[in-house]
Design a protein around this ligand. Structure first.
Ligand code: SAH
Length: 196
């Protein structure tokens, strides 16, 4: 597949922080994503009390939604503003603590304990820090990662999931010559080679 000129495009962490500062967050969905509702059964597979991971989580409202269903949610997001907006927009009290293994990182946890958001780069995480997950909601995550970092991202994700986990991935299909991304176009063939 032709991925056009996207292969070499880089969006820096600083640019993401600026998007949050400017309120340039068209990706955020107030109402949650209809595809999570549609495929919720696939994610849960009849199981209760799962550990669910939200890579590049922003302030996705689905985190509150799944936590309210009794699951334990862990997210990672580079923007502290996004993390704080998540808790304040849902009126959730939280505490904030450093992450000893990652210099400069902070973990924000709801007082009830079932939502933990790491404020750092996803590439700083490992299963020894966050454990392994039963489910992943990957929306605006693989497609937001810089194309040259996809392999690193995918191998990390594979490392963060349990054997019997479910991974819901949302991608977008469009002509990559007409839009520079993000979201980037990730061809189906590439998804197969990344995740096997
Ligand atoms: N998944 C969310 C947000 C998608 S936008 C949603 O569905 O609404 C991508 C998000 O990833 C942005 O909030 C950006 O700040 C964050 N981000 C970008 N690079 C990151 C990285 N390396 N580690 C953690 N977060 C990152």
């Amino acid at each position: 597949s032709d991925v056009g000129s996207q292969r070499d495009r880089v969006v820096t962490e600083e640019e993401w922080l600026q998007k949050w500062e400017m309120g340039n967050i068209g990706f955020h969905k107030e109402q949650g994503h209809p595809l999570l509702q549609k495929y919720l059964d696939v994610l849960l597979n009849g199981r209760n009390g799962l550990r669910i991971f939200f890579p590049l989580c922003g302030k996705a409202v689905e985190m509150k939604w799944l936590a309210d269903m009794g699951h334990s949610v862990v997210g990672v997001e580079v923007s502290e503003q996004a993390v704080k907006e998540f808790f304040s927009e849902h009126s959730l009290p939280y505490c904030e603590e450093p992450v000893p293994e990652i210099s400069g990182a902070k973990m924000f946890q709801s007082t009830s304990g079932n939502i933990s958001l790491y404020c750092c780069s996803i590439y700083d995480l490992s299963s020894s820090i966050v454990g392994k997950f039963d489910g992943v909601w990957d929306r605006g995550a693989l497609v937001a990662v810089n194309p040259r970092d996809r392999e690193r991202y995918a191998s990390l994700m594979i490392n963060l999931v349990e054997k019997n986990s479910s991974y819901l991935l949302v991608t977008v299909s469009y002509d990559p010559n007409k839009h520079k991304g993000p979201p980037f176009y990730v061809p189906e063939s590439e998804i197969k080679s990344l995740f096997g």
